[in-house]
Ligand binder design. Structure first.
Ligand code: DAH
Length: 341
């Protein structure tokens, strides 16, 4: 009998009704004339006298608990119902706001970068994600079998070495030169693909933004000044840049661009690994071979190009430590960028 009382008590405590009708049904089943509690009372009559005291107390406690629970639930459901009714009734109340989506942090940063270059007169150019060898490598001065091709772990399509997923947005440079004569000033955002192991700092899909400027008399000083303007606009007026010599097949000379660490102001912290500098992109003067391969007279024209990873810049700008967060679409992460619209 003790077990029966316990079991009924547990059921009373766990009862979670969705409507007032369910509460009433429950009340009748437990507390009603022919209910389970009265059945227990009946059984109680034949209990041995030495157990009467303890079991009697338990039954009373059960009865009180059940009555209280039923009353509390009834009240709760009634209140909710009348509040809902009042909301509908009062038509002058302001409506409740629809939950709004927000822009993805990668889109936010891409738009910001595109806007900065738009102020310098750049227009947006686009190109396909499935490319051929010419636009991704050959026209950009990667000779066949050149070891520089190993820098980029290419995904080929159906074992055809000519058709591939673009590994960088530099392919859009080529597409632009094909149908535009200098002066050319384009900014090319896009998705790129590399056969890399996914980790906190690398993914097989990511985003790049490429820039290309070709005209008569374009110099390395123009490149440096444009990038300084860009860095200040994106990371703040106090930002400095530094260029380190590097190598890319499609630019000569080539450089790696660092910005002063916006977190520590250049003093050195764990984000910049104590150096005070953060690498943000590659750049250089367009190699005359590239201009010629794309039908542009390299004696008359010169140009510069640059390319950056959007995830990397977004991580630096927002202090995001794991690149994979950008691809998981966890709304708890994404909602943190609501106000950045
Ligand atoms: N395409 C290069 C990469 O994916 C980035 C790059 C470097 C682009 C230098 C450029 C450039 O236009 O001039 O690593």
């Amino acid at each position: 009998m003790k077990a029966k009382i316990e079991e009924l008590l547990a059921r009373v405590e766990q009862f979670a009704p969705r409507s007032a009708a369910e509460v009433e049904e429950f009340r009748i089943r437990i507390l009603g004339k022919k209910g389970e509690l009265n059945a227990l009372m009946e059984e109680f009559k034949s209990v041995a006298p030495e157990y009467k005291r303890e079991l009697g107390q338990r039954i009373n406690a059960l009865k009180n608990a059940a009555t209280e629970r039923v009353n509390a639930l009834k009240e709760q459901l009634q209140n909710a119902a009348s509040a809902a009714a009042a909301r509908i009734e009062d038509k002058s109340r302001p409506g409740s706001a629809e939950p709004l989506g927000s822009r993805h942090p990668i889109s936010l940063v891409r738009n910001e970068i595109v806007d900065i270059f738009a102020r310098l007169g750049y227009t947006v150019a686009d190109g396909p994600e499935i490319e051929d060898d010419w636009h991704v490598f050959s026209a950009l001065n990667f000779p066949p079998e050149h070891p520089a091709r190993d820098m980029q772990d290419t995904f080929f399509i159906e074992k055809n070495p000519d058709i591939l997923l673009r590994t960088h947005t530099s392919s859009i440079q080529v597409r632009t030169m094909e149908h535009q004569k200098p002066p050319i000033r384009v900014i090319c955002p896009g998705r790129v693909f590399r056969n890399e192991a996914i980790s906190y700092r690398a993914h097989c899909i990511f985003h790049q933004i490429e820039g290309l400027y070709i005209d008569e008399g374009v110099s390395f000083a123009d490149l440096k000044q444009s990038l300084l303007y860009f860095a200040k606009e994106l990371f703040g007026e106090k930002t400095a840049i530094r260029l380190r010599p590097s190598y890319f097949p499609f630019t000569e000379p080539s450089a790696e661009v660092d910005v002063s660490c916006s977190l520590c102001g250049g003093k050195g912290c764990n984000v910049c690994k104590g150096t005070g500098w953060l690498e943000i992109m590659g750049c250089g003067m367009v190699d005359p071979n590239v201009l010629e391969a794309n039908g542009i007279d390299s004696k008359k024209y010169s140009g510069f190009a640059f390319g950056m990873g959007v995830e990397r810049i977004s991580m630096l700008k927002y202090g995001v430590k794991d690149l994979r967060l950008y691809f998981e679409n966890d709304v708890r992460f994404l909602h943190q960028f609501d106000s950045a619209l």
